[in-house]
Design a protein around this ligand. Structure first.
Ligand code: ADE
Ligand code: ZN
Length: 337
């Protein structure tokens, strides 16, 4: 029998929770900063890595927004995306639904088009050269106000046919989902799907709000939903996909040890959980490392792994026919493994 690591790498899977800015490796950060003549708050690559010790989400976000400052041109965003796609193609990833944070870039004076044009061209190249398909999710920064989210939605107007969904990220606890009720309603009226980070650090009430007020199609993270059994029942009944990020949870102290990560419990509650990397350059691993280290820590069986792979496609925004093709590829892989 193949080792779990080999089995996982070969298993066709999708990544549904990936912040492309969170795939900026320190080496690339220095390369872009040099090319763009930007001063970084770090002297060496070792200094950058040493700064990646976080006690909570905000600790991480403070560093992450600084790092994003190195991204200045369409070429930077294109190269950032291609570097990420090359890595996950080697992890057996066939499809990605990636987040980007336009306000992190427009807030520094970049035109809205710079990040999105670079990312879209990287996504097209990844599909042509690596066979990895992808869709783009535009996140609103929840620490900013709803008017800024509306302004971002307006700036995105010419691109709405190339954006699959809106998302909500950044500092969760002081910024509940209902703050963005109007912007999410407007996004839905424009035909966009809706996802939101909820229950990463925020309480179960925030997951309820994401479901009932933002009308989301997926919950990003959702760990704290397990504190409320009626919420667990609701999520299971709705077949709501949770995009769970184990190494992120460990690095941001959402769990104290990977051995107590709730992913197996989520599956056993009948939740449509998936495994994802969140911000892989900051949290110690890309998609396959998240799967392999978690499988080892909580003893996931082959049946669990197959369920997680299938959930990653059934929870995606691919068409039913595309999902059927990916599920058949998983079955063919299992038959041959
Ligand atoms: N932005 C990037 N990663 C994030 C996370 N895990 N939670 C909230 N906002 C984020
Ligand atoms: Zn995230």
């Amino acid at each position: 029998m193949t080792s779990d690591a080999d089995f996982i790498r070969g298993l066709p899977k999708a990544e549904l929770h990936l912040h492309i800015e969170g795939s900026l490796e320190p080496e690339q950060m220095f390369e872009f900063a040099r090319r763009n003549k930007i001063a970084l708050p770090f002297r060496t690559i070792e200094d950058v890595r040493a700064a990646y010790a976080f006690s909570n989400l905000q600790d991480f976000l403070d560093i992450y927004y600084q790092g994003a400052g190195a991204l200045q041109t369409e070429r930077d965003f294109h190269e950032l995306a291609m570097a990420y796609f090359r890595r996950v193609a080697a992890d057996g990833c066939r499809h990605v639904e990636l987040f980007f944070d336009p306000q992190t870039h427009t807030g520094r004076g970049l035109p809205f088009s710079v990040a999105i044009d670079g990312l879209l061209s990287g996504m097209a190249e990844a599909e042509a050269s690596l066979g990895v398909t992808s869709k783009l999710i535009m996140c609103f920064l929840r620490h900013l106000d709803e008017a800024a989210a509306f302004a971002t939605l307006s700036a995105a107007e010419p691109y709405l046919d190339r954006i699959i969904a809106v998302g909500l990220d950044s500092s969760e606890v002081a910024h509940r989902p209902s703050k963005f009720a109007g912007a999410y309603k407007a996004a839905g009226e424009r035909g966009l799907k809706r996802v939101a980070h909820a229950g990463e650090e925020g309480p179960p009430a925030y997951v309820w709000e994401a479901l009932d007020i933002l009308k989301v199609d997926r919950i990003d993270h959702g760990n704290r939903a397990l504190e409320d059994l009626s919420l667990v029942e609701r999520l299971a009944r709705d077949g709501m996909t949770l995009t769970v990020c184990p190494l992120s949870n460990l690095k941001l102290c959402v769990v104290e040890d990977l051995k107590v990560h709730p992913i197996k419990r989520m599956l056993e509650f009948g939740l449509q959980a998936t495994i994802n990397s969140d911000d892989p350059a900051y949290f110690g691993g890309y998609l396959a490392e998240n799967w392999i280290l978690t499988a080892e820590a909580v003893h996931l069986s082959r049946e669990h792994l197959i369920r997680l792979a299938k959930n990653s496609f059934t929870g995606s925004f691919l068409s039913p026919a595309e999902i059927t093709t990916h599920l058949a590829a998983i079955d063919a892989y299992i038959a041959s493994a």
